[in-house]
Design a protein around this ligand. Structure first.
Ligand SMILES: NC(=O)c1ccc[n+]([C@@H]2O[C@H](COP(=O)([O-])OP(=O)(O)OC[C@H]3O[C@@H](n4cnc5c(N)ncnc54)[C@H](O)[C@@H]3O)[C@@H](O)[C@H]2O)c1
Ligand SMILES: [Zn+2]
Length: 388
C-alpha cells in the first residue's frame, strides 16, 4: 500500500455575536430571544445558570427569568430549574463543581443545539462555559456578563477554564461562545470594588491598541469610578470591541503563536492572584501587573516615564490599588514568569509598551530592572499616601 502523508490546512468558520442592551430581562428581552435560534420543529431547550451573588443581590431575578420564559415559550423552552452556582473564584477552585454542572446538563437532556445561558461574573462564565464546552463536545453558550471586567474583556473571549493544581486556568478549552450580551442593568448590583476591577483591562487593551481610548479613560477616570453610566457604557463598549477585534481579526484566536498581547501585565497578575490566595481579584491583580510592566517598559523599552506616570495615575483615579504585600515576595513572583511560559509552551514571550497605543514582544526579562519597576510602583503609592 502506498504511503499517504498529507498536511492539509483547513479553516472552521465561526460567528461571534455581541449585543449591547440596557434592560435584557424586560424591555430588551427580544435581543436575547433572537440569539436563541431554533432548528427543527420544537423551540430550542435552554438551561439558565446564575452566579449565586448575582441571584442574592437580585431576589427577583429567578422569577423574572421564569416570566420571560413563560412569555416566550413559543421561542424557547426552559428546562428544569434555574441553576445557581457558587460565585467568584470559588467556582473555579473546586473541580467537582464542573461535575455537578455536567450532571445538570445531562439530566436536562441538553444537546448540541440546546443553549446554556449563563449570567454571572467572569469566574462563573469561565466555569459554566467549560462545562458547556465539554458536554457533548459543545453545547451552545450564551453569556450575560454581570461584571465590568467580564463585559469589557473576558465575556467576549473564546476561552473558558477552571483552576487546577493551584494554577490559574490550568484546565479549560478554547470555545467560541454562541453569543454574548452585555446588558447595563446587570451591573447595577455590582459592589464598587468589583465595579472598578474591569477598568484595569480597559486600560490594558487601550494601551496596546488605541492611544485615543487611553486618553479618554484618563480624562474620564473620576466619572468612571463614580459609576457615571453615560461615561462607563462607551468605555466598556470600546474595550469589548478592541478585545473582540483582536480575537476575530488578530489571526490567532486560539493562541497558537507565541505572542499574547491581551495578556499585557498578566504574567505577574496571575501569580499575584494565587500568591494572595485570591484575596486580590483578577482585575486588581491586573492593575498591579499593568503598572509594573508599564514602568518596566519605561525603564527598558523606551516608553517616556511621564507616560508611565499617566498610566499609574489613571489606574489610581479609577480606584485601583497598585500595591500588595505579595508583590514584594519577588522570588516567588518571578517563578510566575516560568509558569506563564509553560502555559503557552515555547519561548517566554511578554508584551511591553514602547509607546501608549503600540506593543512590543520581548523574550527576556531584566530582573534587576523588573525589581526596580516594582519598587517604583510601590514608591508611587507611598508618595501618594504621604501627599494625602
Ligand atoms: N476567559 C477569559 O478570557 C478571561 C479573561 C479575563 C479574566 N478571566 C477570569 O475572570 C475571572 C474574574 O472575573 P470577574 O472580574 O468578572 O470577577 P468574579 O466573577 O470573580 O466576580 C466578582 C464577585 O462579584 C460577584 N458578582 C458578579 N456580578 C455581580 C453583580 N452584578 N452583582 C453582585 N455581585 C456580582 C461574583 O459572584 C463575585 O463574588 C477570573 O477567574 C479570571 O481568570 C477570564
Ligand atoms: Zn485579564
Amino acid at each position: 500500500m502506498a504511503e499517504y502523508n498529507v498536511d492539509i490546512p483547513f479553516q472552521v468558520p465561526f460567528v461571534h455575536r455581541l449585543r449591547f442592551t440596557r434592560d435584557v430581562l424586560d424591555a430588551d428581552q427580544q435581543v436575547l430571544v433572537d440569539l436563541l435560534q431554533g432548528s427543527g420543529e420544537q423551540p430550542p431547550k435552554v438551561q439558565f445558570w446564575v452566579d449565586e451573588f448575582v441571584a442574592n443581590a437580585n431576589p427577583e431575578l429567578k422569577a423574572r427569568l421564569r416570566r420571560l420564559a413563560q412569555c416566550q415559550r413559543d421561542r424557547f423552552s426552559l428546562i428544569g430549574n434555574i441553576q445557581i452556582c457558587p460565585g467568584g473564584e470559588a467556582v473555579k477552585n473546586d473541580i467537582h463543581v464542573i461535575e455537578r454542572m455536567l450532571k445538570c446538563m445531562h439530566a436536562a437532556d441538553l444537546d448540541r443545539r440546546s443553549y446554556v445561558v449563563v449570567i454571572g461574573g467572569g469566574a462563573v462564565l469561565d466555569a459554566v462555559g467549560f462545562a458547556a464546552a465539554i458536554a457533548h463536545r459543545g453545547i451552545r453558550l450564551v453569556r450575560l456578563p454581570t461584571t465590568t471586567l467580564a463585559q469589557a474583556d473576558s465575556g467576549v473571549g473564546v476561552k473558558n477554564s477552571v483552576n487546577l493544581f493551584a494554577k490559574k486556568n490550568w484546565v479549560g478549552t478554547f470555545a467560541v461562545p454562541w453569543g454574548v450580551l452585555n446588558d447595563q442593568s446587570l451591573l447595577k448590583t455590582l459592589p464598587d470594588r468589583d465595579f472598578r476591577c474591569g477598568f484595569s483591562e480597559a486600560v490594558k487593551v487601550s494601551m496596546i491598541k488605541d492611544a485615543k481610548e487611553f486618553a479618554r479613560i484618563e480624562s474620564a477616570a473620576g466619572a468612571i469610578a463614580a459609576r457615571d453610566m453615560r461615561v462607563v457604557g462607551p468605555v466598556i463598549q470600546r474595550s469589548a470591541e478592541l478585545h473582540l477585534d483582536h480575537i476575530t481579526r488578530g489571526g490567532d484566536p486560539f493562541e497558537a503563536l507565541e505572542a499574547r498581547p491581551l495578556d499585557f501585565g498578566h504574567w505577574s497578575a496571575h501569580k499575584l492572584e494565587v500568591m494572595s490566595q485570591f484575596e486580590l481579584r483578577h482585575g486588581e491583580a491586573v492593575a498591579i501587573g499593568v503598572a509594573v510592566d508599564t514602568v518596566y517598559s519605561a525603564l527598558v523599552h523606551g516608553l517616556p516615564m511621564t507616560d508611565a506616570d499617566r498610566v499609574l495615575q489613571t489606574l489610581r483615579r479609577l480606584g485601583l490599588t497598585l500595591d500588595h504585600p505579595v508583590l514584594h515576595e519577588t522570588e516567588e513572583l518571578f517563578s510566575g514568569l516560568e509558569e506563564f511560559r509553560q502555559h503557552l509552551g515555547g519561548r517566554l514571550t511578554l508584551t511591553m509598551i514602547p509607546e501608549i497605543g503600540s506593543k512590543l514582544d520581548v523574550h527576556e526579562v531584566n530582573r534587576p530592572k523588573m525589581l526596580e519597576a516594582i519598587t517604583r510602583v510601590a514608591d508611587f503609592v507611598r508618595g501618594e499616601s504621604k501627599a494625602n
